[in-house]
Design a protein around this ligand. Structure first.
Ligand SMILES: NC(=O)c1ccc[n+]([C@@H]2O[C@H](COP(=O)([O-])OP(=O)(O)OC[C@H]3O[C@@H](n4cnc5c(N)ncnc54)[C@H](O)[C@@H]3O)[C@@H](O)[C@H]2O)c1
Length: 267
């Protein structure tokens, strides 16, 4: 229960779904967590529940596309915890439209949240991550939430796939760059298969649409069949992957793309 003892974490998109499960699980492993999202009521409820089990957590309204929100989050992390050891770039949106259906406005919004949001986060937090690495045996860590759609093509949402593929390679490029510069900041990505969250349900709707049916249960069953392990992922499954990449157990792991996908990409 102490795999992240003493570590300080900033996690985005953490009011619900994978982010919320990850924030809770990280706090349960001894991390101090700054929960960030735009869903303020859910974010506040989450930190209350973390504090109930004795964890340390704070909430900050952070739209990942807003540079000023990132500056304020960085300032708060310094005030609360004297800096950040682990940045988890989890916030993301799904479009659920074919290439032909998607408008340029859709594309811009996807890009702003799924790509620019990650770039802004790393730019804002890198000085703090580097600073904290100086006084830590195993350094700091960035965990970027990609997807199986960032490793193989997702025909039901090609533009989402494009943004997640971008995160996969940004992760590798920064792992090499920060490693060579001796920053002490590891950078890894995580690639969930279908996870039963609000976004997971959006993927079932997109699958149903592609099958020209409104039978969401059929789409859900098909999604399960695409995962050799025979079930959907849970937010907690993904949280465990993030904990590993954030922890000192992964001190020699950088630039990796960790699939937590029930075998989805194995065939
Ligand atoms: N659910 C899946 O099947 C699945 C699969 C692979 C990857 N992922 C990725 O996992 C991450 C979390 O997804 P989830 O399933 O928990 O989805 P979700 O929709 O339940 O949660 C996403 C969270 O991101 C937040 N968010 C959206 N836009 C934001 C913005 N501009 N600023 C700050 N926060 C914002 C939302 O408020 C929400 O709390 C995403 O990056 C997603 O692409 C999900």
């Amino acid at each position: 229960m102490n795999r992240l003892n003493g570590k300080t974490v900033l996690i985005t998109g953490a009011a619900r779904g994978i982010g919320a499960a990850t924030a809770s699980a990280m706090a349960n492993e001894g991390a101090k967590v700054l929960v960030c999202d735009i869903l303020d009521d859910q974010g506040e409820a989450l930190i209350t529940s973390i504090r109930t089990f004795g964890g340390e957590a704070y909430y900050h309204h952070l739209d990942v596309t807003n540079e000023e929100h990132w500056a304020e989050a960085t300032r708060l992390a310094t005030q609360y915890f004297n800096g950040v050891d682990v940045l988890v770039n989890n916030a993301g949106i799904y479009l659920g439209k074919s290439f032909e259906e998607a408008s340029m406005t859709d594309w811009q919004r996807l890009c702003d949240i799924n790509l620019t949001g990650v770039v802004l986060g790393i730019k804002a937090l890198l000085p703090s991550l580097r600073e904290r690495a100086l006084s830590s045996k195993h350094g700091s860590a960035i965990v970027n939430m990609s997807s199986v759609a960032g490793l193989v093509g997702a025909a039901t949402d090609p533009l989402y796939s494009l943004t997640k593929g971008g995160i996969t390679l940004l992760t590798k490029a920064l792992a090499v760059d920060f490693g060579q510069r001796g920053y002490g900041v590891r950078v890894n990505s995580i690639h969930p298969g279908a996870v039963d969250t609000e976004m997971g349900r959006q993927t079932f709707a997109a699958r149903a649409k592609a099958l020209s049916t409104d039978d969401l249960q059929l789409a859900r069953r098909q999604s399960i069949e695409a995962h050799p392990i025979g079930r959907l992922g849970t937010a907690e499954d993904i949280a465990q992957g993030v904990i590993y990449l954030a922890s000192d157990e992964a001190s020699f792991v950088t630039g990796t793309a960790l699939t937590v996908d029930g075998g989805f990409t194995a065939r």
